[in-house]
Ligand binder design. Structure first.
Ligand code: GLN
Length: 245
C-alpha cells in the first residue's frame, strides 16, 4: 500500500511539473515567415527583423497567447514555406491576390497600397504613368505584384531583381529607366535616397493580408478575431503612427 501511495505521489509531482512546463511559462510558438527587405513593413536592424508587420504580428500573437518566431527568407519562397509547414503564417506586405488565394487563405486586409513608379530625378524619360512604360526598361522584384502588373504590359522590357534595393540601385546607375514597387516602400526609398522621384500615375489599389494554410481554418479565425481586438483597442492605430509618420 505504501508503495502505491509513493508511486502516486511521484506521479502527481511529475504531472504538475509537466503542467507548469507546458502551460503557464511556455507559450506555444507561432512561426512567422517574412522577407525583411520591404521597409517599413519588414527590414533588418542589425540582425533583427523589425517593422510594422513584425509589431503587428507580435500584437496578434500576444492576443492569442502565443510567442512569435520570425523566419526571414526570400519573398518567392514564402508561400512554398507555408505550404510545406515550415511556418504557420506569412506576413510580408503581401497582397491578397486572386492567384495566391488559390493556394492559401488570407486574413482580413490590414493595409491598402498600390503600385507606383520610381524614376531618376532630372532623368524621368518622359514617364508619367504606367502607359508610358512602353518601350522602357523597367525593374520589378521577382514574384511581387509589380512583377505581375508590368509583365502583363506589352512592349516593356522587364528586369527582375530579388530585392527592392537592388532595383533602386539599377535605377541610380542608369541600368533601368524606372522601378515599379508598392507605394509605401517606394515612399520610403524616395525619402531616404536623394535623386529619386515618384511618377504621378498610380496603379490599382491592393490589400495586404496575412496568409495561412487552407487547412488552418481555426488559426485564421483566431487571427481575424485578434485583429478586430487590436483595431478596437487602439493598438493598431498606434502601430500605424509609429511606422508611417
Ligand atoms: N505587395 C507586394 C506583393 O505582394 C510586395 C510584397 C513584398 O515585397 N514584401 O507581391
Amino acid at each position: 500500500m505504501k508503495k502505491i501511495m509513493k508511486l502516486f505521489a511521484v506521479l502527481i509531482l511529475m504531472l504538475s511539473f509537466g503542467f507548469s512546463a507546458n502551460g503557464a511559462e511556455k507559450k506555444e510558438k507561432l512561426y512567422v515567415g517574412t522577407n525583411a527587405e520591404f521597409p517599413p513593413f519588414e527590414y533588418l536592424e542589425g540582425s533583427e527583423v523589425v517593422g510594422f508587420d513584425i509589431d503587428f504580428i507580435n500584437a496578434i500573437a500576444a492576443e492569442m497567447g502565443r510567442e512569435v518566431v520570425v523566419k526571414d527568407m526570400s519573398f518567392d519562397g514564402l508561400l512554398p514555406a507555408l505550404q510545406t509547414n515550415k511556418v504557420d503564417v506569412v506576413i510580408a506586405g503581401m497582397t491578397a491576390t486572386e492567384e495566391r488565394k488559390k493556394a492559401v487563405n488570407f486574413s482580413q486586409p490590414y493595409y491598402s497600397a498600390n503600385q507606383v513608379i520610381i524614376l531618376k530625378e532630372g532623368d524621368t524619360k518622359g514617364i508619367k504613368d504606367f502607359a508610358d512604360l512602353k518601350g522602357k526598361k523597367v525593374a520589378v522584384m521577382l514574384g511581387f505584384t509589380g512583377d505581375v502588373v508590368v509583365s502583363e504590359m506589352p512592349e516593356v522590357q522587364v528586369e527582375r531583381f530579388n530585392a527592392a534595393y537592388a532595383g533602386i540601385m539599377a535605377l541610380q546607375n542608369g541600368k533601368v529607366d524606372a522601378v515599379v514597387l508598392d507605394s509605401e516602400t517606394a515612399n520610403n526609398y524616395v525619402a531616404k535616397n536623394s535623386g529619386l522621384v515618384l511618377a504621378e500615375g498610380k496603379g490599382e489599389a491592393e490589400d495586404y493580408a496575412i496568409a495561412v494554410k487552407k487547412k488552418d481554418a481555426e488559426l485564421l479565425k483566431e487571427i481575424n478575431t485578434a485583429i478586430d481586438k487590436i483595431k478596437a483597442d487602439g493598438t493598431f492605430g498606434k502601430l500605424i503612427e509609429k511606422h508611417f509618420n
